[in-house]
Design a protein around this ligand. Sequence first.
Ligand SMILES: Nc1ncnc2c1ncn2[C@@H]1O[C@H](COP(=O)(O)OP(=O)(O)O)[C@@H](O)[C@H]1O
Ligand SMILES: [Mg+2]
Length: 378
Amino acid sequence: MFRLYRERPTSLKQRLLVSRSRSEEFWALRDVSFDIAEGSSMGLVGHNGSGKTTLLKCIAGILRPTAGTIRYRGRLAALLELGAGFHPDLTGRENVYLNASFLGLSRRQTDRIYDDVVAFAELEDFMDNQVKFYSSGMLVRLGFAVAVHVDPEVLLIDEVLAVGDESFQRRCLDRIRRFQSEGRTIVLVTHALDVVRQVCDEAVMLDHGRVQAIGAPDDVVRTLRHRLLSDDPTFVPEEGTREVEISGVVLESDGGLRDTVHPGEGMTITVDLRADVAVPDAAVSFAVVSASSNLHVLEGKTSRLGVRLGPVDGKKRVRFRIPPAPWASGTYFVSVGLDSPDGRLFHVQTQHYPLTVPDVDNVPHALAVEPTVEVEDL
Ligand SMILES: Nc1ncnc2c1ncn2[C@@H]1O[C@H](COP(=O)(O)OP(=O)(O)O)[C@@H](O)[C@H]1O
Ligand SMILES: [Mg+2]
């Protein structure tokens, strides 16, 4: 609970007269209760102001909750606000030693990790400068480098990774994966929902300080996305009469990957449907929406593709084959719908199925272009 002071006594006289200024209680977190299994990675998501940072600060012991308890076991390292825990007037080197000592490392233990910290942060030339002269990227690099080298059992990371450049982010992700394989526990706050889906074992979504969703990252990310979409009053995540139901949807790339397709690859969308009572006909449709642009990048419908399902009585399977396409990397969501020839909605699942197109820019591949050459007399 934070106390919000609406009126600030400005003059000394006012301050003496108003012994207590009026304040309001504000609960940044309410009824938040969950366990994080040892060795697992929890993604913490939610819109700005939903309470993520406050929760991490409570876990880290920087804030003391007004009510409730938090328990953890082992050494905990936290990477919260930019530069938090660093003393601006001390040098990078001094700050590494200071931070490590806060985390319980002796001077000699710090000596042993020091070179690795500096190398990871790529700050060899700056360790004798005061950190107040560091850029935000340098601060994040040093903060992350210290946090991952002090051998923590629990690592809290708030957003900060977004500050570093791409190669640093990649190294951070590598390091996070190594941490996971070593059985350490991670709580990761990020707006990069792809990272949550790819890295975390579980996710929690906060909304106005309350747990709005908890569970498999795909499901939580979908809930958050629906929440964001639901600012649009016309948005309905799932609807229809259910005379015919979508009983399963599988997204599979030609390379055999689930929920993933590489740029230039083809894929299949398989839709299983089920009717408990026979219907004379139905049409199956899908749409692929880009999460970043919200544009429909691809659509298909059986009737438009010249295919008639005919009577549906029991189960049927429909396969849409998508030829190799120049997919842009990023996250997409696939909507699937069933309707009758006269336009009655049987079952529609809007943006229910996530699809990832990995960023393969850094993978060298043959360039399908022919060079030309010119010769000039000089
Ligand atoms: N020190 C504080 N005093 C008063 N209100 C605060 C303080 N810190 C955070 N809040 C409020 O608590 C809510 C949650 O904030 P925060 O945990 O930073 O959210 P998030 O990290 O999810 O963006 C916000 O409404 C914010 O304004
Ligand atoms: Mg925050």
